[in-house]
Design a protein around this ligand. Structure first.
Ligand code: ARG
Length: 455
């Protein structure tokens, strides 16, 4: 490409460190789409003849077919996807191919290719997260009234329903989708035509190429156009937050599938055995989803580190953007698919969940609330009285729901038999009807609302 200026071929190691084709060949479709849009725009401005443009478009489509059929030979000495495609185009159509690279540079070319790819990745993440929400909502609807312990500090806190717990993740995934949508909106400007860094003296029409490639408008500053990778950073940040959410659910699956909890069971299709311990059913997929955060944060911090302190405009450091972003996108898609698969697969042990929900004096808050509501006691005092009743139950080795009325009355004489109505876990969850609360009726309503909003 630059043989005019150079006398000697690059050193083998120089070639090795410089080449990016192994990674950026994934951009072939975007690269060809960008070149087709560029050729058509050049023809519309009489920078290229209509005949040459037509030959170029046809040739690029042939290159795309070769790549998709697997017959294309990628060559490391041609460095990257841009030069591989262009060189093959020249082999196929000859002279007109040499006229394509006018009023552009690989700097704006890679910027547009990569933006297009990340835009597609935002759409793919959105679709996968939507399917994840679908699985959660389906499950939540079935278990709107299934009681389980709700936790704080991983200690039983108050009973909730399993449906309510799952719907918490629907909210998280909703915010994740909004973050991808927001990143997509901001990235949807076209850098093509910024050329190397300063723009071009040719009378190009940047709005033409922007429109053709589905962008809202051309980017406003040529230096920024070729040096900006915010769009990849934003994608990686959104993906990292999504991975955090997935890792939390994955961790809960690890806890819930363990024999000590036994709340849910994954089928053989989603479990692994041990080579030495025959009794084992390990939740490997959940553990690997939990670990996906490592890859995602690595990509985010890695690219942020590459970009930090780079002078304007393009520097070759930026070639390091793609491997990380591709790896992160792949890992995220796999993790979302795995979580979705596990949610669809799991069986719920309702009896165990309910038994666990009844343990640990979990309706103590309900008792305190009853004292406030029925006796007009200030909550702080009710908290204290309830604490004494819990201690009494603990001494007797029973739950507060099983504690005889006489024991309660010894602590607070005004307590009536009706208190037992709020002490069962089912009564407890049914009473939590405040907006966003765990009552089964609320959960059913939340599922309907989420279906309408997200699916
Ligand atoms: N392969 C390069 C990259 O990924 C393309 C841009 C090369 N530009 C340059 N001036 N060397 O960043």
């Amino acid at each position: 490409m630059w043989g005019g200026r150079f006398g000697v071929a690059p050193d083998a190691i120089m070639q090795k460190i410089n080449a990016s084709i192994d990674v950026d060949k994934r951009l072939y479709a975007e690269d060809i789409a960008g070149s087709i849009a560029h050729a058509r725009m050049l023809a519309s401005r009489d920078i290229l003849s209509a005949r040459d443009a037509a030959a170029i478009v046809k040739g690029l489509e042939a290159v795309r077919c070769e790549i998709e059929s697997g017959s294309f030979v990628f060559r490391t000495e041609l460095e990257d996807i841009h030069m591989n495609v262009e060189a093959r185009l020249a082999e196929l159509i000859g002279e007109p191919a040499k006229r394509l690279h006018v009023a552009r540079s690989r700097n704006d070319q890679v910027a547009v290719d990569f933006r297009l790819w990340v835009r597609g990745a935002c759409d793919r993440a959105d679709a996968a997260l939507r399917e994840f929400q679908r699985a959660l909502i389906d499950r939540a609807e079935k278990h709107a009234a299934t009681v389980m312990p709700g936790f704080t500090h991983l200690q039983p806190a108050q009973p909730v329903t399993f449906g309510h717990h799952l719907m918490a993740y629907v909210e998280m995934a909703g915010r994740d989708r909004a973050r991808f949508a927001d990143a997509r909106k901001r990235l949807n400007e076209c850098p093509l035509g910024a050329a190397a860094l300063a723009g071009t003296s040719f009378p190009i029409d940047r709005s033409h190429t922007a429109r053709a490639l589905g962008f809202e408008r051309p980017t406003a500053n040529s230096l920024d156009s070729v040096s900006d990778r915010d769009f990849a950073l934003e994608f990686l940040a959104a993906a990292s937050i999504a991975a955090i959410h997935l890792s939390r659910l994955a961790e809960e699956f690890v806890i819930w599938t363990g024999p000590q909890f036994g709340f849910v069971r994954l089928s053989d299709a989603w479990s692994t055995g041990s080579s030495i311990m025959p009794q084992k059913r390990n939740p490997d997929a959940a553990e690997l989803v939990r670990a996906t955060t490592g890859r995602l944060f690595g990509s985010l911090i890695g690219l942020a580190t590459v970009m930090k302190g780079l002078p304007l405009a393009y520097s070759k450091d930026m070639q390091e953007d793609k491997a990380r972003t591709f790896a992160a996108a792949d890992a995220l898609m796999l993790a979302v698919a795995a979580m979705t698969g596990m949610i669809d697969d799991l069986t719920v042990d309702e009896a165990r969940m309910k038994a666990a929900a009844g343990a640990g004096f979990i309706t103590a808050t309900d008792l305190a609330d009853w004292l406030v509501r029925e006796l007009g006691m200030p909550f702080r005092e009710a908290h204290h009285v309830t604490g004494r009743i819990v201690r009494r139950a603990e001494e007797k080795g029973c739950d507060i729901a099983e504690l005889p009325l006489a024991d309660m009355r010894a602590i607070e004489p005004r307590i009536a038999k009706s208190v037992y109505a709020v002490l069962g876990v089912e009564n407890s969850v049914a009473s939590r009807t405040s907006f966003g609360g765990t009552a089964p009726a609320n959960v059913r309503r939340a599922c309907r609302a989420a279906r309408a909003k997200y699916l």
